[in-house]
Design a binder for this molecule. Structure first.
Ligand code: SIN
Length: 295
């Protein structure tokens, strides 16, 4: 992906401005209209900015499903939803609505209410998605923020002795569709059923685009470290969870309708703060399953 990084060093197109969102990670990109196709140079620029900043905010958008899918496809091949969500059946197969909206007393989307612990999307399958994009349609008056934690920084800040201890270790991540009532309870407290998705990944992974190492465990879905006595694994994971969620690594995003946020799941964890379930919250999500070469 060297071509992508070269492009970010080029001058920004006229009318496009970039500013950091926080000392931890994240950049805001202004001056883009995602409702129309982006040219190759701009796609290269945006992809390079995502490598550099891990999270990108493009505010002030007005997107239908097809336009959001097209922007998602600038980054690679989109995933399909698991099919266990979205009671609305006429949605694009790559779209998932993260919403507490109801029809006939039933939620019509996914991940409706409440706090969510830090996690990385689809860490429980062999090939987790590389990026996730949310487009804000309705947001509560307070809370329901999405928080991002920079896992390059989390890895870099570990003492060398701990880094040496973690190199070569794998951890099991588990998710049971519909099997947990709250996303603010670690999955390891539940007993996974045979229908649960579960996969072991290295505890530290090297990002293929940047060559940087990032910590890859999370409080919501990482269950245990392979081959380690359970008590030792629990203690080690708990200390890693506390370490990787330090304020110094975090940017908390307060949503405004029209915001588009995309983040790189290979180096970022995300979480959600609680909000009043009586207030509407609706975001439209796509995931990028594989990162394709820039065409
Ligand atoms: C998610 O984890 O994909 C949802 C995050 C959010 O609702 O803010």
């Amino acid at each position: 992906m060297a071509g992508i990084q070269e492009m970010t060093k080029a001058a920004l197109p006229a009318g496009v401005a970039v500013r950091a969102l926080s000392p931890a990670l994240g950049a805001e990109v202004r001056g883009l209209d995602l409702s129309v196709p982006l040219d190759r140079e701009t796609v290269g620029l945006v992809r390079g900015l995502l490598y550099e900043h891990c999270v990108l905010l493009v505010p002030g958008q007005s997107l239908d499903e097809a336009q959001q899918v097209r922007f998602g496809e600038c980054f690679g091949t989109l995933g399909r939803t698991l099919g266990t969500f979205d009671i609305l059946r006429n949605v694009h197969p790559s779209i998932m609505y993260v919403t507490n909206e109801k029809a006939d007393g039933k939620y019509i989307g996914a991940l409706p209410d409440g706090e969510m612990f830090f996690h990385s999307d689809k860490c429980y399958v062999e090939h987790p998605c590389v990026a996730t994009m949310l487009y804000a349609m309705q947001v509560p008056s307070s809370g329901g923020d999405t928080l991002f934690a920079n896992q390059y920084k989390a890895w870099d800040a570990l003492p060398e002795a701990m880094q040496r201890r973690l190199e070569g270790l794998s951890a099991v991540n588990t998710y049971e569709p519909g099997g947990i009532d709250t996303y603010a309870t670690p999955i390891s407290k539940a007993t996974p059923s045979p229908t649960a998705f579960t996969w072991a990944h290295p505890v530290v992974r090297t990002h293929p685009g940047t060559g940087r190492k990032a910590l890859y465990v999370n409080r919501l879905m990482t269950e245990y470290i392979v081959g380690m006595p359970r008590a030792e694994s629990d203690a080690l994971l708990e200390s890693l969870f506390d370490h990787q969620e330090q304020q110094a690594f975090i940017y908390a995003h307060k949503w405004t309708p029209g915001d588009v946020l995309i983040w790189d799941n290979r180096c970022v964890l995300h979480a959600r703060s609680n909000f009043d379930a009586g207030e509407a919250r609706k975001l439209r999500r796509v995931t990028v399953d594989t990162e394709d070469l820039l065409q």
